[in-house]
Design a protein. Structure first.
Length: 164
């Protein structure tokens, strides 16, 4: 058994497993409403960060400063919320460095993390399918676990979760 292989099941599923009985409705109600997104660019001058939000309602431009990325993000968010307090809805801020190279580097990190989450979900789904198949073919939980480098207890939990 490999603890790293087993640890993947400590993460929540992104969506129900394909074999589950959960009914997933993928239709989106257009009346639900979505967040309005605003782009905020951040520059660093010396030890100070400056965030600028343009394209706000009414042609407003908002700027905030901070001594850290977290502080400037919090400050610009507060100013935008104050500006939009009479506007209903949810807002989302897309805070990016003004420097294209830094922005691309951070975008690559986000993309890699999204790919990892999808890969982990695919692994969980594949393991569940394999465990159910092997047990249906009368493999023992120990043999199935050994073949996938998982504990026999994990295989038992996977198989029992599929049984109504």
């Amino acid at each position: 058994m490999d603890p790293a292989n087993d640890a993947i099941f400590d993460q929540p599923d992104l969506f129900p497993a394909p074999e589950s009985d959960v009914d997933v409705d993928v239709d989106v109600d257009v009346d639900v409403g979505f967040a309005t997104s605003y782009r905020v660019t951040v520059t660093r001058t010396g030890k100070q960060w400056t965030a600028t939000a343009t394209d706000l309602p009414g042609g407003h431009i908002v700027q905030a400063q901070g001594t850290s990325w977290v502080e400037v993000r919090r400050n610009i968010g507060g100013l935008i919320v104050d500006l939009l307090k009479d506007e209903p809805g949810t807002i989302a801020l897309h805070v990016v460095p003004a420097d294209p190279e830094a922005a691309a580097a951070l975008a690559a990190v986000i993309e890699a993390r999204q790919a990892r989450m999808l890969a982990e979900q695919a692994e969980r789904d594949a393991v569940r399918h394999a465990a159910r198949l092997l047990i249906a073919q009368e493999w023992t939980t120990r043999d199935a676990g050994s073949a996938m480098r998982l504990s026999h207890q994990r295989i038992s939990r996977i198989v029992s979760a599929a049984t109504p």
